[in-house]
Ligand binder design. Structure first.
Ligand SMILES: Cc1cc2nc3c(=O)[nH]c(=O)nc-3n(C[C@H](O)[C@H](O)[C@H](O)COP(=O)(O)OP(=O)(O)OC[C@H]3O[C@@H](n4cnc5c(N)ncnc54)[C@H](O)[C@@H]3O)c2cc1C
Length: 415
């Protein structure tokens, strides 16, 4: 195959969310732009985002609150967000014929609730602006000096440009193309890159009863996780209650899966205190306890049916049961209510606990090495970096994509 030399004003490596945004903004300024994307199609990760609905941004109006979601990176983000924030995201997509709607927890989605519409909208605009799309082409090597990129070598041609934007994404869902190549390119270019930590972290929970149990662990229970009320997965083992939520080996081993769910919607869970008893077996067990304590108040024997040390915090979950009632007068229906609660203590997962709060992603290039006013590398003068490549912790709820739109906009404007 004959390799050609191709020359552009701006070459963008990676046709995901931030790369497409950067390309549109640069092309609108009259720059001759090319996106090199190793997949045959653009925006593969975008298409599966938000469970296929794409939580495109968050409608939090208070900029301070919005930026605080990015934890330690907050101080670096004032400048880029003053150039392009969530209001600009609403306008940008609306102007392209893709109106957005705001749903629970201020999460914004395209009105059509189809992630593929987001990707198609961006692609249509790229074509309208005559952005050159090198699809199915993988960047293999970046040739550079200490302060400048000279050329990009790909599986097909060699690319030369005034400015280069690396927008190759992080490491999650590698089947979408984000295989961490960008981290290696940036390291090779001399940047300090923090490797993403594996997601083995405790879970933050909203419910007070969980926090009240801080310090107590229960050896055998089952936790079932739900995404938007639909059962997702379950695990059995030991759980430790803490002042922020749940921990213990079982939880730590669930956190990566929970992280994925948090991207897609509201995550709740139910704890089964008797995973080895079906309803009939548990009824028998409870009847036996009741029989031995017929004339006592239910409140006085409650601690016999829940794990040690938990009775004072769990009683609020047994709605509709009178704790003053004598055990002998508890009806069969009430017994069933008690059993159903013991097998499904409800809670809502707020996020993942990390170095800061509710982290769903981390790792990437050290922000101190990037001029955040422009997304320009402070070391390589014709290099710009965007999206998941930046070392910024962020919660679910549209904050990751907003970071892509913001960093893509700023890089595209300055490249
Ligand atoms: C399952 C899931 C659901 C999500 N849902 C949401 C959500 O609803 N809301 C939200 O805000 N965030 C969500 N996110 C996070 C969000 O999708 C990412 O933050 C965002 O897509 C990152 O965009 P990016 O531009 O940095 O990179 P990516 O979108 O990952 O794009 C990088 C592109 O670079 C290409 N590439 C990589 N290496 C090379 C190479 N060597 N040569 C050429 N091309 C290369 C890849 O093929 C890829 O297309 C979700 C993430 C996942 C995994």
């Amino acid at each position: 195959m004959i390799q050609k030399d191709k020359k552009f004003d701006v070459v963008i490596i990676g046709g995901g969310a931030s790369g497409m945004m950067a390309a549109i903004v640069a092309a609108r300024q009259g720059r001759k732009v090319c996106i090199i994307e190793k997949n045959k199609k653009l925006g593969e990760k975008l298409k599966i985002s938000g469970g296929g609905r794409c939580n495109i941004t968050n409608n939090e109006d208070d900029m301070q609150i919005f930026l605080s979601k990015y934890g330690k990176a907050k101080d670096f983000l004032h400048s880029p967000f003053s150039q392009f924030n969530k209001n600009d995201t609403f306008k940008f997509f609306e102007d392209l014929g893709l109106p957005l709607v705001v749903q629970a927890r201020k999460r914004a989605f395209p009105k059509s609730e189809k992630a593929v519409d987001v990707s198609n909208t961006l692609e249509k605009e790229l074509k309208k602006l005559n952005v050159d799309l090198a699809l199915g082409v993988k960047v293999r090597n970046i040739v550079h000096t200490e302060s400048k990129i000279k050329k990009i070598e790909t599986t097909k041609d060699n690319y030369f440009a005034d400015s280069y934007i690396i927008a190759t994404g992080g490491l999650s869902h590698p089947e979408t193309g984000s295989t961490g190549d960008g981290f290696n390119f940036l390291k090779d270019l001399g940047h300090k890159v923090k490797d993403p930590t594996p997601t083995i972290v405790p879970l933050a929970v909203a419910d007070n009863w969980v926090k009240e149990l801080a310090g107590i662990s229960v050896d055998l229970m089952k936790i079932t996780f739900y995404l938007d009320d639909k059962k997702s997965f379950a695990k059995k083992g030991k759980i430790l209650f803490t002042h922020f939520g749940l921990s213990g080996p079982l939880i730590l081993n669930s956190s990566a899966q929970v992280q994925e769910l948090l991207y897609d919607g509201i995550v709740t869970a139910k704890i089964d205190l008797y995973p080895d008893h079906d309803i009939a077996m548990l009824d028998k067990k409870i009847l036996k306890i009741f029989d031995g304590n017929k004339n006592k108040n239910f409140g006085n024997i409650f601690k016999l049916i829940v794990p040690d040390g938990t009775h004072k915090s769990l009683d609020s979950l047994f709605q509709g049961i009178d704790f003053e009632t004598k055990v002998h007068s508890i009806s069969k229906e009430d017994r069933r209510k008690i059993i159903d609660t013991l097998k499904a203590l409800p809670l809502e997962i707020e996020g993942l606990m990390g170095f800061e709060r509710a982290v769903v992603a981390d790792g990437g290039v050290d922000l101190r090495e990037i001029d955040m006013k422009t997304m320009n590398s402070k070391m390589i003068k014709n290099l710009f970096v965007t999206g998941d490549l930046l070392d910024i912790n962020r919660p679910s709820g549209g904050y990751s994509l907003q970071l892509c739109w913001t960093s893509g906009y700023v890089a595209g404007k300055n490249a």
